[in-house]
Write a protein that binds this ligand. Structure first.
Ligand code: SF4
Length: 686
């Protein structure tokens, strides 16, 4: 047996960007562990990616191109060769363009496990060449992204190691234990050095030993809490007016919005006590340094953009910038100044489709022309995008031509006319930045592709050839793609970086004086005057407004669907063997006659989900939780959380409003209380 160790990195949708040591035995990956190459990730990784070999070689892996041979959704396919598959796809796309126009083709994708080589490169050029519709990738980070861009130009945030300097750490809608584990050691050391850690979240996501206080805010009301804190700073004489004058514009706007939110009024809306809010305000004003880790949980509602804006304003109002460990961290991706056009060319002037409205677009309910060809890659919208029922009905349209290009047979791929096998990050070369760590990573392929799987650039290059699209897309081969990927990173790298160095060293940090950004000392807003804009006109007239919930008494429970320790979005969901659980407070269970472990029906006007109940006091009463990204096979109903989520959009950024979902829950009758089987749904190539 030939055993070897290979350096790589993890490009999944996670802020940490672990450096990896991959064990290969006789050409197969047998183990994945952390390496010390990335000092931030320090040799350990999450349990999710340890299981990646099961994804590589598991029964759900797509190994060869396949074409549909049964009704849509049954996933009955037969294999075909790559030349046959490419000809078929190119021919059908050209037919759609000929008859319906290029905008009747919708490319549908998200990050998946893709970095700067395999995302937004030849795929972007291919669809631009077809004149296809463009996709507004708004399912995640759309409100936070729009607000951060407008207020700070996406200024770099506090580096995770600098949390150890902080005296107060507020984890706001963030769950590092599931989605940012390399922050956890710094939280621990900060607490050992005397810092307080406060968690603002409807669920107590943090182990008790790590947090001093849990503030179980009602979903959708974070903006009110932030404005109440701002008002307290004003009335408590704790505003840093010198900082506001020197480094911001428009602070009057946020103070005007805050004035209405007395402690009592804010308490009535957020579900917290007035004393809780005041205690947080006092400790925030006192602590030096204080840092807020802003997660993505708080953006997923009708007020998400305003919530992010009001929280971002707090360190400016309270004068918390200007020292290591002081300020905020959200996404750090803006620090890399990535120029997407340098990789994918200029975007075409075609219609922009919000990805959260996929079901309606497929059913022709909005935004004509009708979609006649859907090309899904690195994405599994059936279980990750709102309104599963509409999406499935759209995918079942017989006249729709659907291609899914993915590594495993996802819940979406089951509806495809053609399935193309994609490589994973261990089977192709990749270059990537991060939205947490301040470093650029490179890795060649570690093993040969399983079956005849191929990487994105190769497939889109061949599709372009088959469709008669030429120009830059065909020029220069993989070397040109790699060079353009690195050139798209506009921020300076420490010591400079060329491809030779990156290929040699594998990881190169961004160039900050002192090694890490200090907000308003070595890192300033990327705005023309380097000031933070607290009243950016592009965020519209309702910035900092609280939109009340429209209450439907039939569905009294708020449903959230946050990330778990099992999947990265929906990735690795195929490996989950046990049944999904609805997390419910014991008071809500008792009033409904629901026992721990019993089968429950979760429903609203859009649909229903059946699964098992888990009871815990670590979720606030009136709120229930289902796992994000779990596949439909994990539920006895064959539907998952997104079947209950409407496709409403947040007021800023057009983001998905997962946490505005309202449901009722009831116990299933004993005779129907049978757990979801772990039998794999039928659906393989014959
Ligand atoms: S998902 Fe995050 S924590 Fe897990 S290996 Fe990848 S980068 Fe590391």
């Amino acid at each position: 047996m030939v055993v070897s160790e290979h350096a790589s990195f993890c490009p999944l949708d996670c802020p940490d960007r672990c450096s990896l040591s991959v064990t290969v035995e006789d050409g197969r990956v047998t183990a994945i562990d952390g390496s010390l190459a990335n000092p931030l990730t320090a040799g350990f990784i999450c349990s999710k990616v340890r299981r990646f070999p099961e994804r590589l070689y598991g029964p759900d892996r797509v190994q060869h191109p396949m074409v549909r041979r049964g009704p849509k959704g049954e996933a009955r396919f037969t294999s075909l060769s790559w030349p046959e598959a490419l000809d078929l796809v190119a021919r059908r796309l050209l037919e759609v363009r000929q008859r319906w126009g290029g905008e009747a083709i919708l490319p549908y994708h998200y990050g998946g496990s893709n970095g700067l080589v395999t995302d937004g490169t030849l795929d972007a050029r291919f669809f631009a060449g077809l004149g296809a519709s463009r996709l507004d990738r708004a399912v995640c980070a759309a409100p936070t992204g729009a607000v951060a861009k407008a207020m700070t130009g996406k200024m770099p945030g506090v580096a995770f190691p600098d949390y150890e300097s902080a005296r107060l750490i507020v984890l706001w809608g963030a769950n590092p234990w599931h989605s940012n584990i390399h922050l956890v050691p710094h939280l621990k050391r900060a607490r050992q050095a005397g810092a307080r850690v406060v968690l603002v979240d409807p669920r107590a996501t943090a182990p008790g030993a790590y947090v001093d206080e849990w503030l179980p805010v009602r979903p959708g009301t974070d903006v009110v809490l932030a404005l109440a804190l701002a008002r307290w700073l004003v009335h408590g004489g704790r505003l840093d007016r010198d900082f506001l004058v020197a480094h911001t514009t428009g602070h009057e706007r946020v103070l005007e919005a805050a004035e209405a939110w007395t402690l009592e009024r804010a308490a009535a809306v957020t579900g917290l006590g007035p004393g809780d809010i005041e205690r947080l305000a006092e400790s925030y004003a006192e602590a030096d340094p204080a840092v807020i880790r802003i997660g993505w949980g708080l953006e997923r509602n009708r007020n998400g953009g305003s919530a992010v804006a009001a929280i971002l304003a707090l360190p400016a109002l309270a004068g918390k910038f200007g020292r290591p460990g002081g300020g905020f961290t959200m996404s750090n991706s803006g620090a890399f100044r990535v120029d997407d056009e340098a990789r994918g060319g200029p975007p075409p002037a075609t219609r922009l489709v919000n990805m959260n409205r996929l079901g309606r677009v497929l059913l022709g309910e909005i935004a004509p022309p009708p979609v006649m060809a859907l090309f899904v890659y690195d994405c599994n919208p059936v279980v990750t995008v709102p309104d599963q029922g509409r999406i499935v009905r759209g995918l079942e349209r017989e006249e729709l031509f659907t291609v899914v290009f993915d590594a495993v047979l996802t819940d979406t791929a089951r509806y495809a006319d053609v399935v193309l096998p994609a490589t994973t990050f261990l089977e192709h070369e990749e270059l990537s930045h991060s939205y947490g760590a301040y470093s650029v990573h490179y890795s060649p392929a570690v093993v040969a592709p399983v079956g005849s799987a191929r990487p994105n650039p190769a497939v889109f290059r061949d599709l372009a050839r088959a469709a008669g699209i030429d120009g830059d897309i065909l020029a220069g081969g993989d070397g040109a793609v790699r060079a353009r990927a690195l050139a798209s990173v506009r921020a300076p790298l420490a010591g400079g970086a060329d491809l030779d160095r990156l290929e040699r060293e594998r990881i190169v940090p961004l160039d900050f004086p002192g090694g890490a950004p200090v907000q308003f000392v070595s890192a300033f807003p990327f705005t023309p005057d380097q000031r933070m804009r607290l009243d950016p006109p592009e965020l519209g007239p309702n910035l900092y407004a609280y939109r009340e919930e429209v209450v439907d008494r039939r569905f009294p429970l708020a449903l959230i669907s946050p990330a778990t320790d099992r999947t990265v979005n929906s990735m690795l969901g195929e490996l989950k063997k046990d049944e999904a659980e609805l997390l419910l407070h014991p008071d809500d269970a008792r009033s409904r006659g629901i026992q721990a472990g019993a089968g429950v029906r979760v429903f609203n006007a859009l649909g229903e989900v059946r699964c098992r109940a888990r009871l815990s006091e670590r979720i606030r009463p009136g709120v229930a939780s289902l796992p994000k990204g779990a596949w439909r096979r994990s539920f006895r109903s064959g539907t998952s959380a997104t079947a209950l989520v409407a496709d409403d959009l947040s007021e800023i950024g057009g983001g998905a409003c997962f946490n505005d979902t309202r449901v009722q829950v009831e116990a299933l009758p004993a005779e129907t209380d049978r757990p979801a089987g772990t039998d794999r749904p039928a659906g393989r190539a014959s």
